[in-house]
Ligand binder design. Structure first.
Ligand SMILES: O=P(O)(O)OP(=O)(O)OP(=O)(O)OC[C@H]1O[C@@H](n2cnc3c(O)ncnc32)[C@H](O)[C@@H]1O
Ligand SMILES: [Mg+2]
Length: 197
C-alpha cells in the first residue's frame, strides 16, 4: 500500500485527506499518529509559505513524501481577514467556536451581498530528495449570520454555498470533498503526487 504523511494536527483535515486519498489507494498518516512531534511555528505571510514551512519541517523527520495543508477563510468585507490567521483569529488555542463568533461579530450589520468570502487551501509537497511543489485551491461562498449544520469542521457552519443553498456543514463529506478548496488544491497536485507514490 502506498502511503504519504500529512503534516497536520487538525483531525478534520486529516479525515478529509484520508477520504480523498483512499480513492487512489493511498493511505495517509497525520501528525496525530505521532504524538511526540512538536508544534510548528507558522510564521509565513502567505498560505503557500506556511504550507512549505510545515512540509519541510516534517520531511526532515521522515523518509517519505510529506504533504502539508495551510488553509483559511478570506472575507471580502474584512479585507481578506482572517486569512493566514484563521486558526488563531480569536487567540491561540484552535477554538473554532470563538473564531466563528469573532467573524460574525465583525460582520454585524453587513448586508448579504457584501458577505462574499472564500476558503483557500495551499498544499505543499516535499519529497525525501528535497523536491518541492506548492499549489492553491479555492472555494467561493458567503458568510451567514448564524451557524447551520454539524458536518465538517472549523468555519464550515457559517460558510454558505449559494448554488447548493446550504452551508459547508450541511453537506455530506463526499460532497465537500469534491467541491472544497482542499479538493481543488488536491486536483492540482494529483499528477505530481501520482508520479511519486
Ligand atoms: O496547521 P495544522 O496542524 O494543519 O492545523 P490548523 O488547524 O492549525 O490549520 P491551519 O493552520 O491551516 O489553519 C486553518 C484554519 O482554517 C480553518 N479551515 C481550514 N480548512 C477548513 C475547512 O475545510 N472548513 C472550515 N474551516 C477550515 C481551520 O478551522 C483553521 O482555523
Ligand atoms: Mg496551523
Amino acid at each position: 500500500m502506498k502511503e504519504v504523511i500529512i503534516a497536520t494536527k487538525n483531525a478534520g483535515k486529516a479525515k478529509e485527506f484520508e477520504h480523498i486519498f483512499s480513492q487512489y489507494h493511498i493511505t495517509v498518516k497525520s501528525l496525530l499518529d505521532f504524538e511526540e512531534i512538536e508544534d510548528i511555528v507558522e510564521d509565513g505571510e502567505t498560505f503557500e509559505e506556511n504550507a512549505l514551512i510545515k512540509a519541510r519541517a516534517i520531511a526532515k523527520q521522515f523518509n517519505q513524501v510529506v504533504i502539508a495543508d495551510d488553509s483559511g477563510l478570506e472575507v471580502d468585507a474584512l479585507h481578506g481577514r482572517p486569512g493566514v490567521y484563521s486558526a488563531r483569529y480569536a487567540g491561540e488555542g484552535r477554538d473554532d467556536q470563538a473564531n466563528i463568533k469573532k467573524v460574525l461579530s465583525e460582520l454585524e450589520g453587513i448586508p448579504t451581498e457584501q458577505r462574499g468570502a472564500r476558503f483557500v487551501c495551499a498544499l505543499a509537497l516535499v519529497t525525501p530528495e528535497g523536491e518541492e511543489s506548492v499549489v492553491r485551491g479555492t472555494c467561493e461562498g458567503q458568510i451567514l449570520t448564524e451557524c447551520l449544520g454539524s458536518e465538517g469542521f472549523g468555519y464550515d457552519p457559517i460558510f454558505y454555498l449559494p448554488e447548493l443553498e446550504k452551508t459547508m456543514a450541511q453537506i455530506p463529506k463526499h460532497q465537500k470533498n469534491v467541491l472544497s478548496h482542499r479538493a481543488d488544491a488536491f486536483a492540482k497536485l494529483q499528477t505530481i503526487l501520482m508520479n511519486l507514490v
